[in-house]
Write a protein that binds this ligand. Structure first.
Ligand SMILES: [Zn+2]
Ligand SMILES: [Zn+2]
Length: 108
């Protein structure tokens, strides 16, 4: 195999990897719980509500109101992204179907 072949194969492998990880990317159109499931899986919790605030930013761009969300989450024991999942949405099963455009839950 010469160098040109090796380069083509390497590029193809890279493409497959990118496609696979795209299926696992958090979808900001999902509800907060499903978004956090994916986002915490991928980036981990940093002990704050960083990913929750990111989701809120996406909602704002789609003109969805999320006012008072942080206060609501904290009142239920969600002081960081993984606590939100554990304490606020313990019963919400994440939607892991990469084919669907968004999960079937209400937004919050
Ligand atoms: Zn959901
Ligand atoms: Zn955490």
């Amino acid at each position: 195999m010469d160098d040109a072949d090796a380069a083509v194969i390497a590029a193809a492998e890279q493409h497959v990897k990118e496609c696979l990880s795209a299926a696992l990317l958090p979808r900001p159109t999902d509800c907060l719980a499903c978004y956090l499931h994916r986002a915490v899986d991928r980036w981990g919790c940093d002990g704050k509500l960083t990913l929750t605030h990111e989701w809120q930013g996406h909602q704002r761009r789609m003109r969805r109101r999320t006012g008072g969300l942080t206060a609501y989450l904290k009142s239920r024991g969600g002081y960081c992204d993984c606590e939100v999942l554990m304490n606020v949405y313990p019963d919400r099963e994440p939607d892991d179907n990469p084919q669907s455009a968004r999960c079937p839950h209400p937004y919050q």
